[in-house]
Design a protein around this ligand. Structure first.
Ligand code: ATP
Length: 283
């Protein structure tokens, strides 16, 4: 049996953290959405060999238990005592280690696929609970639709759909270590976002107002190491983006635009110093 799942990139419309838990991990307070830039994850089950195999079209990714898609299959197989082997083929389109949650989305795609192939009957909420044992963005990626995400990443409130906007997603050739950035957060110095206003606007489907309250409190941390991220963001604003900000811990910066022509103009203007640029719609 074989199923192909689309695994979209996530974007943080807002990212804030009010505190650290005792174990040192951040408590999240964020609004996430997904973009039509996606990996395609094909999952095949078979009686023999009863092993998990991962193949990708990217030379940079691990294909053993370090791959989040492998972990997803492993966890479901153990938890539900499934004896079948699983082969996962990932066609990567989402830039790796970019703050776009590519690995998390691949893992969530495997959870969705195996839930249906093995007829486990798990709700999205139940899948999200299992997903949290893999990584903090995986529960959101089970849904991959506009949502308020809090706690360790497991509390998810879906928000109503918004107008279909265009987004320019640009990743410079910089590698950001998520744990390194998270360790650098100084909670005394965070300039917190007004997520309540953002949520109220999104619940009222008032996207224009919502754009005023978007933001990412990790920008100053990542940008202090990589000032070129700040320059890219400023350039996008200069070129007329409605909003331009970093996703996750970076380095990707995205620009939201209400017309495709504006998005394409930004894409053409930044290509000179950033080659990995995509223009897609928000899902
Ligand atoms: P995070 O912020 O959660 O670290 P990210 O969105 O910045 O993630 P990913 O593309 O998910 O970036 O990759 C983060 C790390 O996860 C990389 O070091 C990569 O080797 C590892 N990884 C494991 N499985 C995958 C996968 N299927 N796709 C991409 N990266 C993966």
């Amino acid at each position: 049996m074989r199923v192909t799942e689309k695994a979209p990139a996530k974007l943080n419309l807002s990212l804030d953290t009010p505190m650290r838990y005792f174990d040192g991990s951040p408590r999240w307070d964020m609004v996430m959405t997904s973009a039509d830039l996606a990996d395609y994850v094909t999952v095949e089950t078979h009686r023999r060999p009863a092993t998990i195999k991962v193949y990708t079209n990217s030379g940079f990714l691990p294909n053993d238990q370090r791959n989040l898609a492998y972990q997803a299959a492993h966890i479901l197989r153990n938890r539900f005592h499934c004896k079948e082997g699983v082969t996962i083929n990932i066609k990567k389109n989402i830039p790796v280690a970019a703050g776009l949650g590519g690995g998390s989305s691949d893992a969530a795609a495997v959870l969705r696929a195996l839930n249906s192939m093995w007829q486990l009957g798990l709700s999205k909420q139940e899948l999200a609970t299992i997903a949290l044992t893999i990584d903090s963005d995986v529960p959101y990626c089970v849904y991959s639709q506009l949502a308020y995400v809090s706690g360790h990443g497991e509390k998810i409130e879906l928000l109503p759909p918004q107008p279909h906007y265009w987004v320019v997603i640009a990743k410079q050739q910089i590698s950001v270590s998520t744990p390194q950035i998270l360790r650098q957060i100084n909670y005394e110095k965070i300039d917190h976002l007004d997520n309540d206003q953002l949520l109220a606007s999104l619940r009222a489907q008032n996207w224009q107002t919502a754009t005023k309250y978007m933001g990412n409190v990790l920008e100053p941390v990542t940008m202090s190491f990589y000032p070129e991220i700040k320059r890219l963001k400023e350039k996008m604003v200069e070129l007329g983006a409605d909003v331009a900000q970093m996703s996750g811990t970076g380095p990707t910066v995205f620009a939201i635009c209400h017309t495709e022509s504006r998005a394409k103009r930004i894409q053409n203007s930044i290509r000179g110093f950033c080659r990995d640029v995509h223009v897609v719609t928000l899902l």
